[in-house]
Design a protein around this ligand. Structure first.
Ligand code: FES
Length: 90
């Protein structure tokens, strides 16, 4: 049985199996979008192997991290960018 660790996704503490990716933690909350495109459309993971960059989110205050390539660690803070606010880079 895998060890369980706790991480925070958008301010909510959740339990994930040790070895889960940050993307898996995000998706386990029921979210399907991880970020917004430049035009504001919701974007979600596509490849799951580090190629498409569609899974970018903020991990431990590091923006644009490819969450499919990052393993969760205890206390990790993960934030998606899917608020209704317009993106700050437009
Ligand atoms: S899902 Fe494609 S890079 Fe993460």
């Amino acid at each position: 049985m895998p060890e369980t660790i706790h991480v925070t996704v958008n301010g909510a503490c959740i339990a994930v199996p040790s070895g889960a990716t940050a993307l898996a933690a995000i998706l386990s909350t029921g979210a399907s979008a991880v970020r917004r495109s430049v035009s504001g459309g919701p974007r979600g993971p596509l490849c799951g192997m580090g190629v498409c960059f569609e899974c970018r989110a903020t991990v431990n205050r590091r923006r644009y991290a490819r969450t499919c390539q990052i393993l969760c660690s205890p206390g990790m803070d993960i934030s998606t960018d899917v608020s209704d606010e317009p993106p700050d880079y437009v």
